[in-house]
Design a protein around this ligand. Structure first.
Ligand code: EPZ
Length: 434
């Protein structure tokens, strides 16, 4: 069995320019939203080439859509022949965002069968808020053998209050409401920038949506969505934040292009508190300059516009080498500090107490073999390896490849000493020696 690892020699600053890719968490839901379209081809530009995108493409194909890349980052979807309402179990459990086809399928077909996505490394990830919203619009929903089975003659607009501003629930309900009869008003919705990207995309398809980005979204249902759509996915704010932290930790100077500057306010504020120099050049360009010392600070993750939970592990990596003691409180997911044990192997001083990690900065970290425990934890361990003395090897790269396109190549082009190797396991060697 071959395992891939990233081998990193620490101590090299990130210098230069990086052009950001399209946002994974927008591209995935826009692909799901294409299920609503009945009449025309949908072209999505700036789609990142990631494992999760391939899984979502397979989900759409399993429903009857035609999906293919017309060039490196341009995806063409033909939803006209979608004739199935059941998303395959093995795909939904591989990638929980497949669950985002529930709302569109129900709205288009009057029926949808999608496996319950189940939990993952960072939490139990229930979908009760999704289901409650769809039931409010008239759907009959049962759970049978691990599948959500939803049926409705015609969805009807409703007043829906979300118990938590869930990103996925907001998206599933928004998409379903586009084809409901009458008006849907959703309160306490997620305000993440990806929600606005979805609303802009649906409006281009002919939907009538107002309020995206605020805490109340209003949707006037329409008969069908027919417009041909050519849409460019917003750039990835979490990829941007990951590179920004890398520049700060390695005391490099990095210029980010195609950056969604307006969606980075909370991260920029916290990085500036930590003594990182950040110049905003224009709406899509910023420059990050790391300097010594990095100052300890305190972070609490919150739904947007609060500090993003998807940046929590990366920020912890920076606090591991800060002057002083920091704290990071995770309020969105219940189990998102699994990277702490791995960082401790590199000499970090992190103590997790319930929802809060207390991080006492240390003057230096030492390279070690570590393993990713979820997507953003894997990225955080790579960043830690960039500053640790000696060699760090990061495994479980399938997590990393879900969310970062050509991550190591791009870091190497900025001056990092990093490469991907295939490592034969001892068992494999034993067999080959026999
Ligand atoms: C989206 O997940 C993102 N994924 C996550 O990014 C991101 O961390 C999360 O939003 C929060 O910003 C995609 O967009 C594909 P939630 P989602 O529903 O929609 C609870 C990454 O690293 N909840 O806002 O699943 C839930 O348990 C990934 O790119 C319910 O209780 O997040 C969690 O504690 C990781 N019931 C909290 O809400 C529900 O019905 C936030 O979940 C739904 C959610």
């Amino acid at each position: 069995m071959n395992f891939e690892r990233l081998i990193i020699q620490g101590g090299y600053a990130l210098e230069g320019q990086v052009k950001l890719n399209g946002a994974k968490n927008s591209a995935l839901v826009l692909m799901a939203a294409s299920v609503l379209g009945k009449q025309d081809i949908i072209v999505l530009e700036n789609v990142p080439r990631l494992a999760d995108i391939e899984v979502m493409a397979d989900v759409l194909r399993s429903l009857g859509a035609k999906v293919h890349f017309t060039d490196k980052n341009t995806l063409e979807i033909d939803p006209r022949n979608i004739d199935k309402y059941s998303a395959p179990y093995e795909l939904v459990t591989k990638m929980r965002a497949s669950f985002f086809v529930l709302g569109p399928l129900l709205a288009r077909m009057g029926r949808a069968e999608v496996a319950l996505p189940g939990g993952c490394a960072i939490g139990s990830r229930p979908v009760d808020i999704h289901l409650k919203g769809l039931e409010a619009m008239g759907a009959q929903i049962e759970i049978e053998h691990g599948n959500v089975i939803a049926k409705v003659d015609k969805l009807v607009g409703a007043e829906i209050y979300l118990n938590f501003p869930s990103v996925g629930a907001t998206e599933n309900i928004m998409m379903a409401a586009c084809l409901a009869e009458g008006t849907t008003r959703i309160y306490n919705v997620a305000r993440e920038p990806e929600i606005e990207d979805l609303a802009n995309f649906l409006i281009k398809m002919g939907a009538k949506i107002t309020g995206a980005g605020s805490d109340i979204i209003t949707i006037e249902g329409v008969e069908s969505l027919r417009q041909p759509v050519h849409y460019s996915v917003m750039s990835d704010r979490i990829e941007a934040g990951t590179f920004m932290i890398g520049a700060a930790m390695t005391r490099g100077t990095l210029r980010l292009e195609h950056a969604p500057v307006a969606s980075l306010d909370s991260l920029i504020a916290k990085m500036r508190e930590a003594n990182v120099l950040i110049d905003i050049i224009d709406d899509h360009t910023l420059e990050v300059r790391g300097r010594h010392p990095i100052l300890a600070t305190h972070v609490r993750t919150l739904p947007h516009p609060g500090f993003p939970t998807d940046m929590q592990a990366q920020f912890a990596a920076m606090m591991a080498i800060a002057d002083g003691t920091s704290s990071i409180t995770e309020t969105v997911f219940e189990n998102r500090f699994m990277y702490a044990d791995e960082m401790q192997r590199m000499g970090a001083n992190i103590r997790v107490e319930g929802k809060t990690a207390i991080i006492s900065g240390v003057p230096r970290l030492s390279g070690a073999p570590v393993q990713g425990t979820d997507l953003r934890a894997a990225a955080a361990l790579v960043l830690t390896g960039l500053v640790a003395e000696g060699e760090t090897s990061v495994s479980n790269l399938f997590y990393l490849d879900r969310g970062y396109e050509c991550f190591e190549q791009r870091l190497a082009s900025l001056g990092a000493r990093i490469c991907r190797v295939s490592v034969k396991t001892e068992k494999q060697e034993a067999v080959s020696l026999a």
